[in-house]
Structures are given as structure tokens and as C-alpha cells.
Design a protein around this ligand. Structure first.
Ligand code: HQG
Length: 180
């Protein structure tokens, strides 16, 4: 499989399954699922070549396992990262004592003031280790890694969720729980 093709499919799927399904006339259900056959037909109509084999390859081999099928493989959804409102029905999970967030310098002052916010997404995304957080921060420039006292937050009543692809999600992180 050509990795460049797989990557461009992953980007296209992120766009339609997390942010803008209407761009290809697709409807997601309230839990974020798209019908696989409909997705394939509508991607091709919009010039994104896709068939069942290529979709299988992307779901299986995607570096972050961004997409998942339902049990009978008739539906597919993004496991996290949505900007549109979807109910993923993730189970609340006790977090590790510390989680990490990769960001960049220009946001730090604001994060000090108001904590980590969801911004355009449905959750604040946190990583289990500094290495992963460094990759996340590097998307925007020189990464700055923040340490989140997630264990303390949890004991204080904040809820945490673990996405199917192992990204930690929460609604907000007030500044007092962040080590800068
Ligand atoms: C920042 C990727 C100012 C935050 C990644 C981040 C992740 C604030 C940006 C997933 C702020 C939002 C999510 C505040 C947060 N003031 N800036 N109060 N609170 N920010 O993309 O965590 O490859 O929505 O630090 O790997 O960067 O797409 O969040 O820089 O898992 O699968 O506002 O997206 O996954 O950016 O990334 P994002 P993120 P994929």
C-alpha cells in the first residue's frame, strides 16, 4: 500500500468524520457513526478515491488508530478529535496521576490565565507520556509540554475519558492543576 495515499485518505476522513461531513453530503448519527458504503460512494463522488480495501488498510494501519469500525463493519467513526457535537459514550476512567499536554509558547500566557480549554473540539486532549505530547505540540511549532495533575483533578471530581485509541479526554483543566 502506498503510504502517501493512506495518509491523504486519513486526512480526508478526519475532515469528514470529525469536522465537516456535510462537505460530501454525509450524515453522521448522534454517536458519530457513518455508514461505510455511503462514505465510500460519497468520497469517490467528491474525488477522494476510496474502496473497502483501502479503508480497511487505513483503519488498521493508521499511526494513531484514528478511526474504528462497529462490530459488523457496516459503520465507521473517528475515535476522538471531533469539532461537531457527537456522543461517543466513552466510559469514565480513572486517569494516571499525571498526564501531559503539548502546546506552543504563544498559548502559554492564556493557558496560565484560564487553563486548558476545548477550543474548537469536544474535549481537551491529553497524552499519557511526554513523548506523545511532544508530537502533538510539534504540529504547531516548538513544543512546550505541560504536566497536568490529573490524579488530583480526578479526586476533586473532574471526569476523564479514554478514547478507543488511547487519548485522554476531559472537559477542561483549570490552571491550578497545571505545572508549567
Ligand atoms: C491550545 C491531534 C489558548 C492547545 C493531536 C492547542 C491531539 C489554548 C490548541 C488532538 C487554551 C487547540 C488535539 C487556552 C488550549 N488559551 N490556547 N485557554 N487551551 N489551548 O488541535 O490538543 O493528529 O484542538 O494547547 O494529536 O493540539 O488530529 O488540540 O494547542 O490528539 O488525530 O489550543 O489532535 O490528533 O488545538 O490536539 P487542538 P490539540 P490528530
Amino acid at each position: 500500500m502506498n503510504e502517501n495515499i493512506a495518509k491523504s485518505v486519513s486526512k480526508f476522513l478526519s475532515l469528514v468524520l470529525r469536522h465537516s461531513p456535510e462537505k460530501i453530503g454525509l450524515k453522521l448519527d448522534e454517536n458519530g457513526w457513518a455508514d461505510v458504503e455511503e462514505l465510500i460512494i460519497k468520497c469517490n463522488k467528491k474525488g477522494q478515491r476510496l474502496d473497502a480495501e483501502l479503508l480497511d488498510y487505513v483503519v488498521e494501519n493508521n499511526d494513531k488508530k484514528r478511526f474504528a469500525y462497529n462490530e459488523d463493519k457496516t459503520k465507521i467513526r473517528a475515535s476522538q478529535g471531533h469539532s461537531i457535537s457527537v456522543e461517543l459514550n466513552l466510559a469514565e476512567t480513572e486517569p494516571l496521576e499525571y498526564l501531559y499536554h503539548g502546546t506552543v509558547g504563544k498559548f502559554i500566557e492564556n493557558i496560565r490565565k484560564e487553563g486548558l480549554k476545548k477550543m474548537n473540539r469536544q474535549h481537551v486532549h491529553l497524552s499519557k507520556d511526554k513523548e506523545t505530547a511532544t508530537k502533538v505540540g510539534s504540529r504547531r511549532g516548538v513544543p512546550q509540554i505541560l504536566t497536568v495533575r490529573s490524579g488530583t483533578m480526578h479526586r476533586d471530581g473532574f471526569k476523564f475519558y479514554l478514547s478507543e485509541n488511547n487519548v485522554w479526554l476531559t472537559d477542561e483543566v483549570p490552571s491550578k492543576y497545571i505545572e508549567f
